[in-house]
Ligand binder design. Structure first.
Ligand SMILES: Nc1ncnc2c1ncn2[C@@H]1O[C@H](COP(=O)(O)OP(=O)(O)OP(=O)(O)O)[C@@H](O)[C@H]1O
Ligand SMILES: [Mg+2]
Length: 246
């Protein structure tokens, strides 16, 4: 469904992605793991067209998308939940969802999608007239995901959905992602929460300074000493060394 081949992305003269190749098959939940600054968000932004790659190609259902506008990419069915949620804090829950459906011209369909969001996250219905900025962190994450689901995406890009949430809410969010996946949504999930992410994913890529250096299933990756030591806190390494040379 999604295929990146040799993708290189720059910010000015700084090279953030050094030839990234990865695949997501329809119906899969694939995760990208990596430390701060590894380039995880850059991969998602390059897919959604917010930044353009200098080299390489991105195909979505066999159509090349790496030179297309973000809006065009959304209309093809790729929806992104950005890092730190980025909901509109001064708008109500309802209006945030409404904005997520900006491409939907039919009122009835928009209403239906809104109802689906409320079924998925009943708390959002209770809070529909509340300003989004006053929701709790977990509720904001639910809203950000619901907003991205308004277009019924074929591929959902999630950028560190567990960031800044309490351990209990992290558990909830991962349960939600697992449910979404089960309901048939194809997901590309960026995470630092390796243990959780790998457990629910079909396949994982480990990114280090803009390069994929390992990939595999949970069983394959968990066998890798580097993954265990640096991500799961096992072994003799110090905290600093655990940050992928950072
Ligand atoms: N707008 C930008 N301008 C310049 N450099 C940038 C910009 N955005 C990201 N970078 C740099 O690109 C590299 C990759 O950043 P990116 O945000 O993709 O990392 P990340 O893996 O998502 O990290 P984190 O886990 O902290 O979110 C970093 O070195 C970062 O400083
Ligand atoms: Mg990031």
């Amino acid at each position: 469904m999604l295929k990146l081949a040799g993708v290189e992305t720059y910010y000015g003269k700084i090279k953030a992605l050094h030839g990234v190749s990865l695949n997501v098959e329809e119906g899969q939940l694939v995760t990208i793991l990596g430390a701060n600054g590894a380039g995880k968000s850059t991969i998602l932004k390059t897919i959604s067209g917010l930044v353009e790659p200098e080299n390489g190609t991105i195909h979505f259902n066999n159509i090349r998308i790496d030179r297309k506008d973000p809006e065009k990419i959304v209309s093809m069915g790729i929806s992104q939940v950005p890092e730190w949620r980025r909901i509109f804090p001064d708008l109500t829950v309802y209006d945030n969802l409404f904005m997520g459906g900006f491409l939907i011209k039919e009122k009835e369909l928009l209403r239906q999608r809104m109802e689906e969001a409320y079924i998925h996250f009943p708390i959002l219905k209770k809070r529909k007239d509340q300003l989004a900025g006053t929701l709790s962190g977990g509720e904001q994450q639910m809203l950000a995901i619901s907003r991205a689901l308004m277009i019924k995406p074929r591929l959902l890009l999630l950028d560190e959905p567990s960031m800044g949430l309490s351990p209990l809410l992290v558990k909830d969010i991962f349960a939600t992602i697992k449910e979404l996946h089960k309901s048939g949504v194809t997901i590309l999930l960026v995470e630092q929460n390796v243990n959780y992410a790998l457990k629910i994913a079909d396949y994982g890529y480990v990114l280090t300074t803009g390069k994929i250096f390992l990939s595999g299933t949970y069983d394959e990756l968990i066998k890798e000493e580097k993954v265990r030591e640096q991500y799961l806190g096992e072994g003799k390494y110090t905290r600093r060394e655990k940050l992928w040379g950072g």
